[in-house]
Design a protein around this ligand. Structure first.
Ligand SMILES: [Cu+2]
Length: 459
């Protein structure tokens, strides 16, 4: 049977039941599917888990949670694949594909042990299926078009049904013509709360889907055939400055669940101001002995990562993909390298013919957003500058897969608490007194270079 003692321990009661079968029980019952994180038994059924009583609901920033109704003890959901008018950020819109009027689809939330029935009504012009990524379920419910079922044709409604025998963070996505349908946005998160949590519940529980798109400046639809040069990198299908901040009050337990269904990229998500613990993948809970602190979590495509921390450091903290091309917006990737170029003569020559002409990039791209913001530089309709948005102190030269965690001593209301005022001071111009006190000569022809103090002194 191949179920080791370790697996049995990891899987808890479900695993123990399976081990009983493996050691020669005469029962004709099929061996239960194995999940690495289970706190429910396969032998009994559970009443539908209730928000508040059984779990603290997850929040999908800029997203939504799929509603359900309970029919004879079964949670009944209705997913509707359809075309959506989507906004990535103010000024950048596209016709995308999604579910129930949004891209990405709403988060499906349940409790371990819940029996769920999901109706899927296809309102797309193309056939589709839904795959429940990471969910351990019967083969016929797995949703791979052609393999587990036939495709759902436009206008048809299919029904899927299973019992969640595990808890954790999973995803759903189209598994028919994935290249096209996922590139157009057909994905969403699944959060299954434990029936019997082993630790305290998080006070803030966030779900963020990472994805990437090619939307040519001025175009109406993302290009699903593009294999690289992704120019819109998103968290819950929004790119900065379109991403809503995450908030927490000092001392709260925060959980962030990242899923990645990008076509071609992994995303190392870095959080400022904190070290967190990576506690779960879509495969299950990471044993405590194998966890380690980190400030960046690599979320490979086709997987989820869950991080936990206590919000004990108030402030405005950037949280972003650390690949520098993934914190830029649409325009400017792959332009000719103009770094260090003296453009005065060419600006004068071209300016005579094209009054709005301006060479960009001689000193980097940091000022591009501001030039556009100030009207110095025209951009095509329906496009976003590479970087940025006005911040509280200066221009923020970040875009794409970037958001802000706002931790406050006291939060009033659920909304954006505004900008942090740095009561302990912030970086600022140095005063003359400070420079002379510390012996800093800003006019010295050569800054004192550090050298290896042992160099040349070894015998
Ligand atoms: Cu990235």
């Amino acid at each position: 049977m191949g179920i080791s003692r370790r697996d049995a321990l990891l899987a808890g009661s479900a695993g123990l039941a399976a081990t009983g079968l493996a050691t020669g029980s005469a029962s004709a019952q099929p061996v239960a599917p194995r999940a690495h994180s289970a706190s429910v038994s396969h032998d009994r059924s559970y009443s539908p888990g209730r928000p508040g009583r059984d779990y603290t609901p997850v929040v999908t920033p800029d997203g939504a949670t799929l509603p359900y109704r309970i029919v004879d003890g079964v949670k009944v959901f209705h997913l509707i694949p359809e075309e959506v008018e989507h906004s990535f950020a103010p000024g950048l819109n596209a016709k995308t594909w999604g579910y129930n009027g949004r891209t990405h689809g709403p988060t499906i939330e349940a409790v371990e042990g819940d029996r769920v029935r999901v109706y899927v009504t296809n309102r797309l012009p193309a056939p589709t299926t839904v795959h429940w990524h990471g969910v351990i379920l019967p083969s016929g419910m797995d949703g791979v078009g052609g393999l587990n079922q036939r495709a759902i044709h436009p206008g048809e409604t299919f029904v899927y049904e299973w019992t969640f025998r595990q808890h954790g963070t999973f995803m759903y996505h189209s598994h028919h013509d994935e290249m096209t349908q996922m590139a157009l946005g057909m994905m969403g998160m699944i959060v299954v709360h434990p029936r019997q949590p082993t630790g305290p519940r998080p006070d803030r529980d966030y779900a963020i889907m990472l994805s990437e798109w090619v939307l040519h400046p001025g175009a109406e639809r993302p290009d699903p055939n593009a294999m690289g040069d992704f120019n819109i990198l998103t968290m819950n299908a929004r790119c900065y400055p379109g991403t809503s901040p995450l908030v927490a009050q000092r001392g709260e337990r925060v959980r962030i669940r990242f899923g990645n269904l990008s076509a071609m990229d992994h995303h190392p998500i870095h959080l400022h101001g904190y070290a967190f613990t990576i506690t779960e993948t879509d495969g299950g809970v990471i044993p405590v002995s194998a966890r380690h602190p980190d400030t960046t979590v690599l979320v490979p495509t086709g997987s989820t990562r869950t991080v936990d921390f206590v919000a004990d450091n108030p402030g405005d903290w950037a949280m972003h993909c650390h690949m520098t091309h993934h914190v830029m917006n649409q325009m400017g990737h792959g332009v000719p390298n103009l770094t260090g170029v003296n453009a005065r003569r060419i600006d004068r020559a071209v300016g005579a013919l094209l009054p709005t002409y301006m060479t960009m990039g001689q000193d980097g791209m940091g000022e591009m957003g501001q030039h556009i913001e100030m009207g110095h530089m025209p951009v095509p309709e329906n496009s976003l500058p590479m970087v940025g948005a006005p911040g509280p102190r200066d221009y923020i030269t970040m875009g794409g897969m970037f958001t802000i965690l706002k931790v406050r001593d006291r939060l009033t209301g659920d909304g954006d608490p505004g900008w942090y005022d740095n009561p302990e001071g912030e970086a600022r111009p140095a005063s003359a007194d400070e420079l002379s006190r510390d012996g800093i000569d800003t006019t010295a022809s050569e800054a004192p270079a550090s050298s290896n103090p042992h160099q040349g002194h070894h015998p």
